[in-house]
Design a protein around this ligand. Structure first.
Ligand code: ADP
Length: 646
């Protein structure tokens, strides 16, 4: 709890929270080229305050009786060197002022503080990206004064601070509800008392705000002067923004810059929208939407609650920015607004659940977004690949959650593969499939580089068969649900009996060797000996078609759990038991041939150490830790010793 001191006038002075003080230090020293964004931040807060009261008034109309037209008024006073931003929104109580303007509430802002490096140049550029709300006022002012009266109360309070560690709250007088913020500008910041400058800033950053923003105290702009020339008189308030909800305008009327500013306003993100979908749907149900896909991955994308972030409006009235029913969770990276004409204004949270109108809207916007993504994938494959790197793991959640969208999602999915570094679509993969290849092969794991070196890939490579390399945890979950694409089933290269024999090898010699070695009696005898030595540690020992270079590898038997999934579950303590694996041996490998002849001449016991070493070696190749490293080292030394003394 912050320390409180009483002031002479009966007010109280408190200290800012430590994070706020750090932030203020940086803000105050910002030699920043876009200081003007402070106005964007204050107008955005004022507009939010109007939205919140408009929503509260749906159930309590008395709150806005006699004053139902929301507005934000900017007043400039050159002589006093002040700029005032006044709104008739919901206002703040004494405690609101102390809590909201003394601490850091929004998660985005604390994330911003976490990213501060201490290098003021770098940190200052972060301010521009994040927008740090109210506190940015201290970039241009020596003192900030906030007078506020909550819509439900009679009392007004003044909050004031010079931004240097403390703020004061005392009683004040204000006749009507809302918040008035007076910025006492620093000596060299007089540009913010220039009407043309204010007009320009509002047009640039806040034109999308649906509440009218008026300017008081500025000379009328030239074109408004009708030759009468009485510029001595105080000019009438002049509305300086479009004051219509941006999504209600027609598509051609919204500039890229306006989209950018609206996106910042609604998303609190620092990047620019990569994709914009602006639409109106008319018919059985009517709604408008303005949705954006970010360029960068937002920080909270993998928060375990997976909240969606599109705001719901009803007939231009903000209802909630936390509507679970508006978008599937696997589209939670999308930001923006949906405005429905069919829902009642006094829609409650309970009514939003299982609401038939909302579920139609959800289906509609999901299909629309998937179509937009498809267009991007076709027309801008490189940009789409960057999108996929960011959001593919989230979209893939839809592969197991959204039965109806699976086909579209499979088409949109991109994968790394053994064929080069670029991403591939499944369609392109299928087109490249080899004669005789029936399945879409894949391997899963956590690191792409480790996957590329997996011994299980060798036989596929030798036959020129492409294998998808899957590294997202979610891959383990959708693959078993999906089964097939274009009637080709998905098959793990680390699983079960493979059907590589049906696919011609690139190397004719290999095939000849295949025939000659895989069925030979020596190998059968070696396999029997290995089985005896390894006992319960393996489920089976089999000759392999998937190995060409390595001597051994492990695979999961058909029907058993995939090895990567097992590792993942164990790492999260969700699995105790371990299923024994199948050890595959490469009959063409010199070591295996040698062992086969040793087993034949000296008996099964003679290959016991080698058998255990081979199994451990296969485990190491899988990136697993050995259960008995000491035994491994002992055997290894003894084998090395024998070979050196031979
Ligand atoms: P943010 O707006 O991102 O939450 P700010 O630091 O800009 O962060 O504001 C902190 C909080 O102060 C807001 O969330 C809001 O509750 C309150 N606030 C700021 N300006 C106003 C205003 N003009 N009217 C009512 N509440 C406001």
């Amino acid at each position: 709890m912050a320390k409180t001191k009483k002031t002479k006038s009966g007010g109280e002075t408190r200290q800012f929270e430590a994070d706020v003080s750090r932030l203020l230090d940086i803000v105050a020293n910002a030699l920043y080229s876009e200081k003007e964004i402070f106005l964007r931040e204050l107008i955005s807060n004022a507009a939010d305050a109007c939205d919140r009261l408009r929503y509260a008034a749906i159930t309590t109309p008395a709150l806005i009786e006699g004053d139902s037209d929301f507005r934000i008024a900017l007043t400039i006073d050159k002589d006093a060197r002040t700029l005032t931003i006044a709104d008739n929104g919901i206002g703040m109580t004494h405690d609101d002022l102390a809590n909201n303007l003394g601490t850091i509430a929004r998660s985005g802002t604390s994330a911003f503080v976490d990213q501060l490096s201490g290098d003021s140049k770098k940190d200052v550029s972060l301010i521009g990206q994040f927008g740090v709300g109210f506190y940015s006022a201290f970039m241009v002012s020596d003192e900030v004064e906030v007078i506020s009266r909550h819509a439900e109360g009679e009392e007004a309070w003044r909050w004031s601070s010079d931004g240097k560690g403390e703020f004061t709250i005392e009683e004040a007088a204000q006749d009507s509800r809302g918040t008035t913020i007076t910025i006492h500008l620093k000596e060299d910041e007089t540009e913010f008392t220039e009407p043309y400058r204010i007009r320009h800033i509002v047009k640039t950053y806040s034109d999308h705000i649906a509440v009218p923003i008026t300017l008081i105290g500025g000379e009328p702009p030239k074109e408004d002067v009708d030759g009468e020339g009485d510029s001595e008189e105080e000019a009438a308030p002049e509305t300086i923004n479009s004051a219509s909800a941006i999504w209600t305008r027609s598509r051609g009327d919204v500039t890229e810059q306006q989209h950018k500013e609206f996106y910042h306003h609604i998303s609190h993100l620092g990047d620019e929208p990569w994709l914009t979908a602006h639409f109106r749907v008319e018919g059985v149900i009517e709604y408008a939407g303005l949705l954006y896909v970010p360029t960068d991955r937002p920080m909270d994308l993998f928060h375990q609650d997976r909240p969606t972030k599109v705001s719901l409006y009803v007939k231009r009235v903000f209802i909630t920015d936390n509507c679970e029913e508006l978008l599937p969770r696997w589209l939670r990276f999308v930001r923006g607004v949906v405005d429905s004409e069919d829902l009642p204004l006094n829609v409650s949270r309970e009514m939003l659940q299982n609401n038939p109108v909302l579920s139609k809207i959800k289906t509609g916007i999901t299909t629309r977004l998937l179509n937009e993504l498809k267009k991007q994938a076709e027309n801008e494959p490189d940009a789409y690949a960057a999108f996929w790197e960011n959001f593919g793991p989230v979209l893939k959640e839809g592969l197991y959650e959204a039965f109806g969208d699976r086909e579209a999602l499979l088409e949109l999915s991109r994968f790394k593969s053994t064929k080069g570094d670029d991403l591939t679509s499944l369609k392109d993969y299928v087109e490249r499939m080899k004669d005789g290849q029936e399945a879409i092969y894949y391997i899963t794991g956590s690191e792409i580089d480790t996957l590329r070196m997996s011994p299980q890939l060798e036989g596929f490579e030798a036959r020129g068969v492409e294998v998808l390399l899957l590294t997202d945890p979610v891959d383990e979950f959708w693959l078993p649900m999906i089964g097939a694409f274009d009637e080709k089933s998905f098959k793990s290269v680390t699983r079960g009996g493979d059907d590589l024999a049906a696919i011609k090898s690139n190397d004719a010699d290999d095939e000849a060797k295949d025939e000659e070695s895989s069925g030979s009696e020596d190998i059968d005898r070696l396999i029997a000996a290995l089985k005896v030595s390894l006992g319960e540690d393996v489920k089976d020992v089999r000759p392999s078609q998937r190995l060409t270079e390595s001597a051994v590898c492990l695979v999961a038997d058909d029907g058993d759990m995939d090895m990567n999934l097992e590792r993942m579950l164990k790492a999260h303590n969700q699995l105790d038991a371990k299923s024994p694996r199948v050890l595959e041996i490469n009959p063409k490998h010199a070591l295996i041939k040698q062992l086969a002849s040793t087993a034949e001449s000296d008996g099964a016991d003679s290959v016991r150490d080698a058998a255990l070493l081979l199994l451990d070696q296969a485990r190491i190749l899988e990136g697993e830790t050995l259960s008995d490293p000491a035994a491994f080292a002992r055997r290894m030394s003894s084998v090395m010793q024998k070979s050196l003394s031979a």
